[in-house]
Design a protein around this ligand. Structure first.
Ligand code: GDP
Length: 691
């Protein structure tokens, strides 16, 4: 009834996926032995391949949980490392290399690790078995090995040789059994020798009479007995080229030749077990027995764990179903929905406002540079008369000077690169909005999704950037030659710029207030400002390095003083200009040279409106159309199952939720399989009884 072992091994593999928290175990065969006892040779003889790490250095540093799956209907042989996602490796040298690397990754300081490597081998030539290879016991610690190594290996092996596992204790025939570390370890946990199989290797190295007496050992009697083997691969035939069946048959041939040449000691009538084939059969039989007798207790344990998982699911997650796919799909839907809302709220008026604000700043800069350029007093260069009146337009409509000033300002405004400025402003505003949409969505806890979404946005925006910016620049081109402002535009500009100037005034005033606070009060600031003013007018001659202090003020304080004087002067000018803008003269567009603020504001509005028309077509509509599609591409169906799983698990709450569901599902699956196994076993028993 080998089907039982196969099924149980399958169940064992499923249980391994249940996760770390699970304490469920199904019996396995644990292989222990001293270094060089021939442990690897025995395992490789069972598998029919050379695949274990070799070398003089201690190479097995992690347990290798080896699952052998017999595949009678397939010729293919291959190994898999499920934890690493490495599938179908048919080159066993490559398996050997991977195992060596995994082992060598354990640092010398750590010596050994109890984190097992899972390896499954599928082959028509292997029996269904579950084996665990452990680091070999060492007698003496090597010069460059840590002192606690011996102890650590013993502890690791002790952990694995507990019931219900079967112990495969390997000892070499040429070493006295009384000195076998493997048998001594087995004794400690299985004193009556009920679940230990003794394997005596290197039978060829001892005299047959002595060999037979070892196999009949009475000093360490084992219920499951001893098997003698000669499992070293025959060297002469060129081991590396040898195929699996070759290795198997070569070993069998070699063993046959050896044992049959001593029929008296090892023949059928001698009452001893010899040969790797015998050992394989024994292992299968013993594992099946052990698995079978643990059916009941394992079922019970699984049922209990399932109950716990069910309870957790109910209490913590309200029995709410969830899958990584559904979570992603819902999150994406939610996000798209909020994007749609944003798209409805962010259109031409919003873009216009955004652009106008940008241009308002540029207009203020231009005004400051061309009209409000009262020199800021500098202590070193201050000369009487230099702080002339602010360069403000007088009510002289025909003054060529003021004509030139306004023409130059208008030209600077239209030529400042409106296309680029507008496109950048809108693109970065969209990006900022997308970023806050993410922050307010379930994606906020998912760095992977956040990145994917931001990349989706910037890909579209970048693609459109240059053409949009060129288009906008092109369409405002006429304004570079002439700007006509009608009465309505003038009135609106006058009203708007009044607000801008007021805001600028407030900013100046609050900056002044802030300076007051930083220097320690209004009086102190006044004192410095007075000093700065005087120095500027030339009332005080300040000599020496302007970086150092003067007049009893530190350099830093003087710096603040100069800043404050600048702000005060600016505020004064803005106040005057506010009055001018409000004056009757500025109500009439004819007086545009007297009211550059109004004219430039109206011009900026024209630029913004024209730019917005094109931005809407070239950038915004394109973005609104493409963005949801780009999202689908990056976060939609084309993601692999692993990627979706990884995404969902970025959120620790979702991860726990998914894990509980997965655990529940796996346990239910296992329990179902266990139940049918037990029925099968019952039928088999009935059948045997009827026979
Ligand atoms: P491990 O360190 O316990 O894994 O031992 P190995 O399987 O690497 O074997 C140690 C040495 O013993 C190697 O040189 C093997 O070729 C040799 N060896 C293993 N089994 C036998 C055997 O049955 N007979 C002989 N003569 N040598 C063997």
């Amino acid at each position: 009834m080998m089907i039982l072992t196969k099924k149980m091994i399958e169940i064992r593999s499923i249980l391994q996926r249940v996760g770390q928290s699970s304490t469920l175990t199904l019996p396995s065969i644990v292989v222990i032995g001293s270094q060089s006892s021939g442990k690897s040779s025995v395992l490789e003889a069972i598998v029919g391949h050379e695949f274990l790490p070799k070398g003089s250095n201690m190479v097995t540093r992690r347990p290798i949980e080896l699952t052998l799956v017999n595949t009678p209907s397939s010729k293919e042989e291959y190994g898999e490392f499920p934890d690493l996602g490495l599938r179908r490796i048919s080159d066993f040298t490559s398996i050997q290399r991977t195992l060596t690397e995994l082992n060598m990754a354990v640092s010398d300081a750590e010596c050994v690790s109890d984190d097992p490597i899972h390896l499954t081998v599928y082959s028509p030539n292997v029996p269904d078995l579950s084996l665990i290879d452990l680091p070999g016991y060492i007698q003496v610690v090597g010069a460059n090995q840590p002192l606690q190594l011996k102890q650590k290996i013993t502890e690791l092996c002790d952990k694995y040789i507990q019931a219900p596992n079967v112990i495969l204790a390997i000892s070499a025939a040429d070493v006295d059994l009384a000195n076998s570390t493997a048998l001594r370890a087995s004794r400690r946990v299985d004193p009556r020798g009920e679940r230990t199989i003794g394997v005596i290797t290197k039978m060829d190295l001892v005299d047959p009479i002595r060999g037979a007496s070892i196999l009949n050992d009475q000093q360490y009697p084992l219920r499951l007995g001893y098997v003698g083997v000669v499992s070293r691969a025959p060297q002469s035939q060129g081991l590396f080229k040898m195929g699996p069946t070759n290795l198997l048959s070569a070993i069998a041939k070699q063993e046959n030749a050896f044992f049959s040449s001593h029929p008296l000691e090892y023949g059928n009538d001698a009452g001893v077990n010899v040969g790797t084939t015998t050992l394989r059969k024994k292992l299968m039989h013993v594992l099946e027995q052990t698995m079978s007798s643990s059916l009941q207790s394992t079922s019970d344990a699984i049922r209990q764990e399932l109950e716990e998982a069910n309870y957790e699911f109910k209490v913590q997650y309200n029995d709410r179903p969830l899958s990584a796919e559904s979570y992603l799909a819902e999150s994406l839907d939610g996000f798209k929905h909020s994007f749609k809302q944003f798209a409805e709220e962010f259109g031409r008026p919003q873009m216009h406002e955004l652009l106008k604000n940008e241009l308002d700043q540029k207009v203020l800069d231009l005004l400051a540079a061309r009209y409000w350029n009262k020199p800021i007093g500098d202590l070193t260069v201050a000369k009487p008369g230099l702080d002339s009146l602010a360069d403000l337009p007088k009510a002289e409509p025909d003054s060529l000077y003021w004509h030139r000033q306004l023409d130059a300002s208008t030209s600077a405004l239209t030529k400042l690169g409106v296309g680029r400025l507008a496109t950048t402003a809108v693109a970065s505003s969209i990006q900022g909005h997308i970023d806050s949409l993410i922050t307010n969505s379930t994606f906020s806890t998912h760095p992977f999704a956040r990145q994917a979404i931001m990349e989706a946005a910037s890909t579209i925006l970048n693609e459109r950037f240059y053409s949009t910016s060129d288009q906008v620049e092109n369409c405002i081109k006429p304004y570079k030659f002439e700007i006509d402002i009608d009465d309505g535009e003038w009135t609106r500009g006058r009203e708007h710029v009044g607000g801008v100037l007021k805001k600028e005034l407030q900013d100046c005033e609050s900056a002044l207030k802030h300076l007051e606070n930083t220097v320690g009060g209004r009086r102190k600031l006044r004192e410095v400002m007075t000093f700065v003013d005087k120095a500027r007018k030339g009332d005080i001659i300040v000599e020496g390095d302007p970086g150092s202090g003067a007049g009893g003020f530190s350099a830093a304080l003087l710096g603040r003083g100069r800043e404050a004087v600048f702000l005060r002067d600016r505020a004064d000018i803005i106040k005057m200009r506010l009055l001018a803008v409000k004056s009757k003269q500025c109500a009439n567009p004819k007086n545009k040279y007297y009211c550059p603020e109004v004219f430039l504001d109206a011009a900026a509005t024209k630029l913004a409106s024209t730019a917005v028309l094109f931005l809407n077509v070239e950038l915004l509509s394109e973005f609104y159309y493409n963005f949801p599609r780009e999202l689908d591409l990056r976060l939609g169906r084309h993601l692999s199952e692993e990627e979706i799983e990884k995404f969902a698990k970025e959120d620790s709450k979702i991860r726990r939720h998914l894990e509980v569901i997965r655990r529940k599902e796996l346990l239910e699956l296992v329990l179902g399989k266990m139940e049918s196994l037990r029925q099968l076993e019952g039928l088999e028993r009935d059948r045997q009884a009827a026979d």
